[in-house]
Ligand binder design. Structure first.
Ligand code: ADP
Ligand code: MG
Ligand code: MG
Length: 255
């Protein structure tokens, strides 16, 4: 059974004023097939956690570790993390001018698997996944994220998720900016990956809305760079009703 372990993770980010400490000891254990939701106020460090797991060069792990199936990935390159089975869907996906969706996917798949996917099954897989996500065929020949609407960017990320078949995915506000129909389609894509490949998910979100479609096994409240409370799906409902104020106040009092 596959397991992703975040141990006492401290992360600082490079800013124009120098390094700034954002994560202050994050502990999370995500097993294969589990979905963990991270909920917290703006600026609490949720995206920083996502970037640190993905290996973004601006985010430095100052102590603690990221371990996947016993393999320490804390200092691994972005490529090595992807090959090990990690996937990040970013809050703000980047444009890749001159690279089409189809070429990007094939290149990424080849890099991750170590060999090019057989062309026939690959073309079929891409087509099926695009149909599942209700994406227009013409989409495949467009440059990655160039001129994509918010919803198209999110679908494109789930398309990558379906085809690259990672073991663990970090989804950073994948629900933001989606209308209900797109939210359902995107959630179905994540649920298919959970069923088909036992995907483990770290789902970062502001809203309980997406959790109606992707049921979390655990919900974690994130404040000031730490997990301050963990529970089941009922915690998300409580947060939606009561907000983060009590957690923010308790965290400030403890600091
Ligand atoms: P969240 O995703 O929870 O809204 P972030 O991880 O984006 O929070 O940000 C946490 C804190 O770190 C914020 O105060 C933010 O301004 C700061 N921060 C994150 N990334 C950078 C960066 N690249 N440069 C400067 N400050 C950053
Ligand atoms: Mg946990
Ligand atoms: Mg964020």
């Amino acid at each position: 059974m596959s397991v992703l372990e975040i141990r006492d993770l401290h992360v600082s980010v490079d800013t124009e004023q120098g390094a700034k400490q954002i994560l202050r000891g994050v502990n999370l254990t995500i097993k294969q097939g589990e979905t963990h939701a991270i909920m917290g106020p703006n600026g609490s460090g949720k995206s920083t956690l996502a970037y640190a797991i993905a290996g973004h060069p601006k985010y430095h792990v100052t102590s603690g570790s990221i371990v996947l199936d016993g393999e320490d990935l804390t200092q691994a390159t972005v490529d090595a993390r992807a090959r090990a089975g990690l996937f990040l869907a970013m809050q703000y996906p980047v444009e890749i001018p001159g690279v089409t969706v189809t070429n990007f996917l094939r290149t990424a798949k080849t890099a991750i698997d170590g060999s090019a996917p057989p062309i026939r099954t690959w073309v079929k897989d891409v087509r099926t996944s695009m149909e599942n996500l209700r994406m227009d065929k013409a989409f495949a020949e467009r440059n990655v994220n160039e001129g994509f609407s918010g919803g198209e960017k999110k679908r494109n990320e789930i398309l990558q998720l379906e085809l690259l078949k990672p073991q663990f995915a970090v989804l950073d506000e994948t629900d933001s900016g989606l209308d209900v129909d797109a939210l359902k389609i995107v959630s179905e894509g994540v649920n298919r990956a959970k069923e088909n490949t036992g995907l483990g998910v770290l789902l970062i979100t502001h809203y309980n809305r997406i959790l109606r479609y992707i049921t979390p096994d655990f919900v974690h409240v994130f404040v000031a760079g730490q997990v301050v409370e963990s529970g089941g799906p009922e915690l998300a409902v409580q947060l939606e009703n009561d907000g983060y104020d009590t957690y923010v106040a308790a965290s400030a009092a403890a600091a």
